[in-house]
Unconditional design. Sequence first.
Length: 742
Amino acid sequence: AGRVPTMTGILRATGGRRSRELARAPSRLGLPQVPERLVPDATTSMVCGYCSTGCSLDVHLRDGVAVNLSPNPNHPVNIGAACPKGWEALTPMQAPDRLTTPLLRNRHGSLEPVSWAEALDVFCDRFKALQSDHGDESVAFLSTGQIPTEEMALLGALFKFGMGFRHGDGNTRQCMATSVVAYKQAFGFDAPPYTYADFEQSDVVVLVGSNLAVAHPIMWQRLMRNPHDPTIIVVDPRATETAQGATHHLPLEPKSDLTLLYGLAKLLLDLDAVDHDFVAAHTTGFDEFVAHVSEYDVETVSGVTCLPVDVLHDTARMIAAGERVSFWWTMGVNQSHEGVRTAQAIIDLALMTGNIGRPGTGANSITGQCNAMGSRLFSNTTSLFGGRDFADPAHRAEIASILDIDVERIPDAPSKAYDQIIEGIAAGTTKGLWVIATNTAHSWINQSEAHDLLDRLDFLVVQDLYGDTETAQRADLVLPAAGWGEKEGTFINSERRIGPIKRVLRAPGQALADFWIFKAIADHWGCGELFDRWASPEAVFGILQECSEGLPCDITGIDGYEMLDAEGGVQWPFARSDGTPGRERRLFEDGRFFTPDGRARFVVDSSRPPAERPDDRYPFVLLTGRGSTSQWHTQTRTGRSDVLRDLYPADAYVEVHPSDAAMLGAGSHGIGSGARVRVESQRGAMDATVFVTSSVAPGHVFVPMHYAETNRLTFPSVDPHSRQPSYKYCAVRLRVPDHWER
C-alpha cells in the first residue's frame, strides 16, 4: 500500500501475456504513474549524447516535445558550438525503423513481436535456468558508456545484488580501461585532473595518439582559442587533421610511443628540466624512474621510433621551455598492447616537470563516450560504486550499509573483463549474455571469431534502439529501449563535469527507458523490493551521492538535478562543505594525491614490440581510428541521419601512401584513388576503395573504425594491466582485383 506500482504490475495489469494494449504507446503502459516526465518549457538545455566532450544543447520544444535544437551559448564546455553530430542529435531518435516492441526468435529462427509480459517471462525463465544449471558465473552482461549514470548503477546493482550473477563489463573497456588503471596506479584514484580551460591556458600542448580535431572537435576549438600562441606537438604515425593543424608533428613508428616517451624523459633529465622541489615533496619512485630511462639513449630511441635525433632534442627543449605544459592522450595510447605503461610515461613527464595541478598543465586522458566516466565510477561493473574494490571487505560493508542489503549479496571479487567474458563462451563458462546499448558483433576485435562465439550462446538478449544492429540480429530476445532525449539522468564528461539529460521526446511504441526495463526485470525476477528506494533516476542519483561521500569523487554537495541545470554542470569532487562549485576546477592544486601517503607514483616498465609484426606475406601496418566528425562508433545512430551520411563516404576506404600505390596492381603505374582493393589480415578480409594520400607513411595503411568490416582484420591483443584491446595495429596485405584469387 502506498508504493509506486511495480513495472511488472503495470504491464500485467494492462492485459497479461499477449495483450493488445501492450502494442500501444508507452503512455498507455502506466508510465505517467512513475516520476519520469516530459519537460514542459519552451526551451531546455541538456548534455549531448555522443562523445565525452559533454556539450550542452538547447532543445526547443512545442507542447513539451522537442522539435529542434541549437548549441547552448552560455555553457562552460562548448560556448555556443556543436559538431555535426550534435546538430543532428534528434534525427536518429525519430528514425522510422526504431524498435517498438520486444522481439523473440521463434522455432523457425525468425524474430517476431511479443508482448512485454512474454518477453519478461522468457528473459527470467531462460536466465534462471542457466543459473540453476551452470551457476552464478554462467551469465554476464555487456553494457555501455552511453546510457545515464543512474541506469548504469541500477543495472549493476540489479544484476549482481538482485539477480545474483557476478560478471558484467562495459564497452568502456574498449576505450578507457587503460587510463583508469594508469590513473589508479599513479594517483591512487581514477582521476583525470584537468578542466577544458587548460586548453586555453597552456603554452605547450602535447597530444599523443589523439586526433582531437576530428574525434573531439569542440575541444580542438577550445585549443584554437588559446591566446598564448601555444606550441602544439602531435605524436601520431599518421598526418591526421590534428597533426596538420599543429606546430610540430612527430610521425613515429606505430606503437613506439613508450620508447619515445622514455627517451624524452632522459633528454629532459639531461637538460635538468626537472621540478626538483615538486618531485621531492609530492612523488615517490623518482630514483627508480631515472635509472630506468637512463637506458633510453637518443640514438636507440631514434632507431626504434624512426624520428631523427635532432627532432627528439628539439621536442625535449620545447617541453623544457614551457611554463605551462599540458599532455593529452586518447585512443592511440589507450588501445595498445602496452597502453597503461604508455599513459603512465605521459604522467611521469608531467610529474617530473611539475606540470600538474596548475592552470594549463596536467596529464590528461580524454574520454571516449558521453558517459564513460559515469561507467568508470558508478556502473558497479569491475569496481564497486564510487571506485571501491569488490575484494575489500570494508568497501563491501560500506555499500551494504548504504543500500540496506545483506553484505553477502555483494560479490567478493571483481567481474571478468570484456575479453574474458567473450573468451568464456569458447570455454563453455559463459552460457548467457545480456547486451545493453552496445554492438559487440560490430565493435569487438577479431570480428569473425566474435560472431562465431556469439552464435554459440545458449541465450543472447540485446536491449537497444534498433533491431538491425549486427548484435541484435543474432539475439534470441530483443528489448526495445528508449534513447537520448527520451529519458532522464546524468552524464559525466571528460573533465568530470556532471550534466543532465532530460525527456524531451516520447519513445516510440512500447520502447521503454532502460531504467524502467531494469525495474520491470527486478520485479519479475522477484527482487524488486531490494530496489524500492531506486524509485526514479533522481532517487538513484541521491543514492550515488551517498555512495560517493568521503571519496575522491564525492558529489554530496550537488543539490539535485536543478543545481546541475543552474550551474551548467558540476565537476566532481563537490562535497557538502565545498561552498559553490564554480565553472572550472582542476585537481591536485595542493600537491596532494589520492594515494595513502598523498604522493603520486612514478611507474615504469620495459617497452616491448607488438605481438604481430609485418612480414613478407603481410607487409603493411594497419592503423585504425576516427573517420570523420560526422561518424560515431558503429554508426547505429549517425547512419540514420541523411545529413551526416552526406558528410562521409558510404563505403569503407583505405588510405595508401603514393609510393605503395605505385607498386600495386598489374600496370606500370600502379593504382590510384578510387580503385578497389582487398585488405587482408590473418583473420579476415574486407574490400575497400583506395584513397592515395601522403597522410600515411610508406608501409602503413589506414581504415576508419566505423565500418563493420574493419574488425574482421584487427588483432586480438590486450594490454595485460587493463585488458583493453589493441585495435590500432596489425599486419595486413593489399590485393587488387586481378590478384584476389591468387
